[in-house]
Design a protein around this ligand. Structure first.
Ligand code: PAF
Length: 273
């Protein structure tokens, strides 16, 4: 596996590639969710590049940018064992410049839900993803459905800025108890992990209600909120897949979304219905 530390090294490496390139952007602290993206990329492309870059511009003041889990040695082994061809690990100065145009995510979908709690977060995400897609010129790039709003905004950016990369949404990976995998789960104590399970349980409740024929958004949200009452709920929302408000669930075009804090750790989860 090649280790590429600068944008120049990445560009030179990419120029040697003749066939399909799959790309998995990450911020490190890799878990089974990332591994599943990496494996999907490896089975569908001749070459797979993974990046590890904790992107400063997507963190708000007071968030965990400086304490974001760093597991570089373990990440390196994971990528090597998975069969990744190249790992890109740039410094901040390689990626960002003093004078550069900034990307502003569309207001409508980036200042609701996650964006309402984390203003400008998606501007930073899009800024770095645009740079990474330009650098890798990936044929396919892999993103988890867990960050549903991020995925939507990236798909929209790729479409509207005519970026020649296919964005591949990948399923949420959960632990044996149902907790959606996230690098931030490492912040949770055992007791907090137990409490956090109520998030995926609330999604199961929503699913059971729908199976029974209940499609009223407010009724389902109410049922979900009962099991989430021990957590600090940030939002329980059900929208269509363009993140627009709906009153009735439209099957195959809706998403049930939850964000809640367990202790000081903020977790998100969702279910595509
Ligand atoms: O989902 C993430 O880990 C990050 O937002 C991403 C896409 C790597 C951009 O920094």
């Amino acid at each position: 596996m090649k280790i590429l530390q600068t944008t120049e090294e990445l560009i030179n490496y990419r120029k040697t590639l003749k066939q399909d390139t799959g790309f998995v952007p990450t911020m490190g602290a890799l878990h089974q969710g990332h591994i599943s993206l990496i494996k999907t990329s490896i089975s569908n492309n001749q070459n797979t590049i993974v990046s590890i870059f904790v992107n400063p511009t997507q963190f708000l003041e007071g968030e965990d940018f400086t304490t974001y889990p760093n597991r570089y040695q373990a990440d390196l082994k994971i990528c090597e064992l998975a069969g990744v061809d190249a790992l890109f690990i740039p410094n901040i100065d390689d990626i960002y410049f003093k004078n550069e145009p900034s990307i502003i995510a569309p207001m409508k979908q980036s200042y609701i839900l996650e964006g309402e709690r984390r203003p400008k977060h998606f501007d930073g995400v899009l800024q770095v993803v645009l740079k990474l897609l330009n650098l890798t010129k990936a044929t396919n790039a892999y993103f988890g459905k867990k960050d549903a709003q991020q995925l939507f905004l990236i798909q929209n950016m790729v479409k509207t800025l005519f970026i020649d990369t296919n964005i591949v949404p990948c399923e949420i990976i959960r632990d044996e108890n149902g907790l959606a995998l996230s690098s931030r789960n490492t912040y949770l104590s055992d007791a907090e992990k137990q409490k956090a399970l109520n998030i995926s349980k609330s999604l199961k409740i929503a699913s059971k209600e729908m199976i029974k024929g209940e499609l009223n958004v407010e009724v389902i949200k109410e049922k979900m909120s009962e099991i989430l009452s021990e957590l600090q709920i940030e939002y329980i929302e059900i929208t269509n897949r363009k993140f627009e408000k709906i009153e009735k669930i439209i099957l195959k075009d809706s998403i049930v979304l939850v964000a809640a804090k367990v202790g000081t750790t903020r977790l998100i989860d969702n279910m595509w219905v």
